[in-house]
Design a protein around this ligand. Structure first.
Ligand code: GLC
Length: 612
């Protein structure tokens, strides 16, 4: 009885705003009443262990803002074949110091028309070859007993064309057609096309697909087999919320809101980031706070900072708990290619001026391509023009520019705009693939140095670092996707290869690439998790270093100060750090630094902690 009270109390606290926002979108009392009663059903179904976690996290709402979380993302099949396989690898995950795993999409999806699982045909069924919902529940509960948090995608913008709603819509059932965007002629679709940009301009051009059997156009912003859901229909919102709560009740801690900026469409707009999107995210935040308050919302907003930050909401009316630090990621690779930290420094300055409550997920690589969404107004002042600079970056990372050691491929090269994105693993982009192929030991040392320096710099940022599975052992590009017809057109599969467990056996051998990387990362992870100056609400700032290739980041918390220095060039350098005002010890090598002149080897890095 007491437990159920917690639901009503939480509902009561949020009811007015919840109802207000729902009515603003839908003006439908009976659907709102249905939503509230279903929420209660899901609350009652939530198991005791999860409710206990809810209770703990409610008393400590900032639990995820410290310095003890380290994420890793992977595809279940690539990592361990099945969900049960993942469970059997939890020791390895712990060995990596990882306590947050993002399981890439694993719900039912049609083979060959899945977009890596982002075309869901049943939100309540696991892909049979990966396992069952029971396996998932078992995994999340084993993870919880080891202090590991589990993240999954909630692909809310669209369903697969094989979803039961889509099948009924295709057969002409009006009730289901109204859950998507159907048009019997191209008048309205062509109006949309005037203002809506393209997500996949080469692999899936246009935002609509003609269905020959149904004699209708359907809106498909992503692939033609991914049908955009119409959130103007309250039935869509309610049913998707029920799916969300169903998944939360399987023990998911972090729910990634896939492609969230796209979920509301209005004619004559770009159909991105419309105000109603924020209303929906705010509703989702309140609904999860009422039913399953331990669950965190991670927004996938792959856009410039001005568009990303509003998804945190306000302090009084928060939306997402966490967002990806996407511009910093892209600016990092720009810095690798140019050896010029000025853009990165100004990007970090923007982040450092944001409220410390905002938690970003920091990463070097993920399952997607890198879009070169950089601050071109800033770069223009340094003489970089947008189109030619993007071309340079793509050439550089394909290995065409003279001093480049990177390997990888273009993604969605648009012949009209000349725009293209880039795909490749961290290791391949750092030169590990090339050095390995050429059996060049000196080049390999440099590549490992660059790879570790980038991780060291990523760990110095506030927020939660997330590793891309395989990066801990320097896994390189996998070109075998080209031989698989259903993948061949999508070069993102180049960095979605299976985990190489054979190579991972080398992690304890410091004479191997895997051992060097694994050990280097382990060292960094341990420092980050033990030094309190790495907590998210530390003061952070960038430091002048007197050299465009050297990035300096300062952190201060509770009397502790640390200066991170990162040499983005292949040359030994000397930085001039006027802030050095005493004795500093490098936490990585144990060396002491007292002078403002600090020499840093090629691709070197220091975590200099001030001695008290
Ligand atoms: C997200 C995913 C991407 C997918 C898209 C469509 O951006 O990260 O992999 O293609 O959503 O669901």
């Amino acid at each position: 009885m007491k437990k159920n009270n917690s639901f009503h109390l939480r509902l009561q606290q949020r009811h007015d705003e919840l109802r207000w926002l729902y009515m603003e979108l839908y003006d439908n009392d009976s659907m709102f009443a249905e939503l509230c009663s279903k929420m209660y059903e899901f609350f009652k179904e939530r198991n005791h262990t999860l409710k206990a976690i809810d209770a703990v996290r409610e008393t400590e709402p900032d639990w995820y803002k410290k310095n003890d979380l380290l994420g890793m993302m992977f595809y279940i099949d690539n990592f361990a074949a099945t969900i049960k396989g993942v469970e059997s690898k939890l020791d390895y995950i712990e060995r990596c110091s990882v306590n947050y795993i993002h399981l890439m999409p694993f719900l039912e999806t049609p083979k060959g028309r899945s977009d890596g699982g982002y075309a869901v045909s049943d939100f309540r069924k696991v892909q049979p070859q990966l396992g069952t919902m029971e396996d998932l529940e078992h995994l999340t509960s084993s993870c919880h007993s080891k202090g590991i948090h589990v993240c999954m995608d909630f692909v809310m913008n669209h369903t697969s064309e094989e979803h039961e709603w889509a099948k009924k819509a295709r057969q002409g059932d009006g009730e289901y057609m109204s859950r998507y965007f159907f048009f019997d002629n191209d008048t309205i679709p062509s109006e949309y096309e005037k203002t809506v940009p393209q997500v996949f301009p080469t692999t899936a051009p246009g935002n609509f697909t003609w269905l020959d059997d149904a004699k209708h156009f359907v809106m498909t912003s992503f692939y033609p087999y991914q049908w955009d859901l119409n959130y103007k229909n309250p039935r869509v919102f309610n049913e998707m919320i029920y799916n969300f709560l169903y998944l939360a009740n399987k023990g998911i801690d972090i729910i990634r809101l896939d492609a969230v900026p796209y979920i509301w469409k209005e004619l004559h707009t770009k159909c991105r980031n419309l105000p109603q999107v924020h209303t929906i995210v705010r509703l989702m935040r309140m609904i999860s706070e009422i039913v399953c308050p331990s669950v965190l919302l991670l927004g996938e907003v792959v856009m410039e900072p001005e568009k990303v930050v509003p998804y945190f909401g306000t302090v009084e009316k928060p939306e997402c708990h966490m967002l990806y630090n996407v511009t910093t990621m892209a600016a990092t690779w720009h810095t690798v290619a140019t050896r010029d930290v000025r853009l990165l420094k100004q990007q970090l300055d923007i982040l450092h001026s944001l409220p410390k409550e905002y938690i970003f997920l920091n990463y070097l690589r993920c399952h997607d391509d890198i879009g070169w969404g950089l601050d071109y107004a800033f770069l223009q002042k340094q003489g970089f023009a947008e189109v030619s600079h993007k071309q340079y970056l793509n050439d550089y990372f394909q290995g065409y520019a003279g001093e480049s050691t990177s390997r990888g491929e273009l993604y969605n090269a648009d012949p009209v705009t000349k725009d293209a994105r880039f795909c490749g693993t961290t290791a391949s982009m750092c030169g590990i693939e090339k050095a390995g192929f050429e059996q060049n030991d000196a080049a390999m040392e440099r590549a490992i140095g660059l790879d570790l320096m980038l991780h060291a710099y990523m760990f110095m940022q506030s927020g939660i670092p997330v590793l891309y599975s395989g990066d801990e052992i320097g896994q390189v590009n996998d070109y075998s996707y080209k031989e698989q017809p259903e993948k061949a057109a999508d070069s993102r599969y180049i960095h979605r290869g299976p985990m190489n467990w054979e190579l991972s056996k080398n992690i304890s051998n410091l004479n191997t690439v895997e051992g060097k990387l694994f050990h280097g990362l382990e060292n960094l992870e341990q420092i980050r998790q033990t030094e309190k100056v790495f907590v998210s609400n530390a003061d952070t700032w960038t430091i002048e270093t007197g050299d465009f290739s050297i990035l300096g980041i300062g952190r201060f918390f509770d009397g502790q100060k640390i200066i991170g220095l990162f040499n983005f060039s292949e040359f030994d350098k000397t930085a001039r750090i006027n802030e050095i005002d005493g004795v500093y010890v490098d936490l990585i090598s144990g060396e002491t630094k007292t002078s403002i002149e600090i020499s840093i080897p090629a691709y070197g890095y220091y975590y200099l902690k001030k001695e008290s």
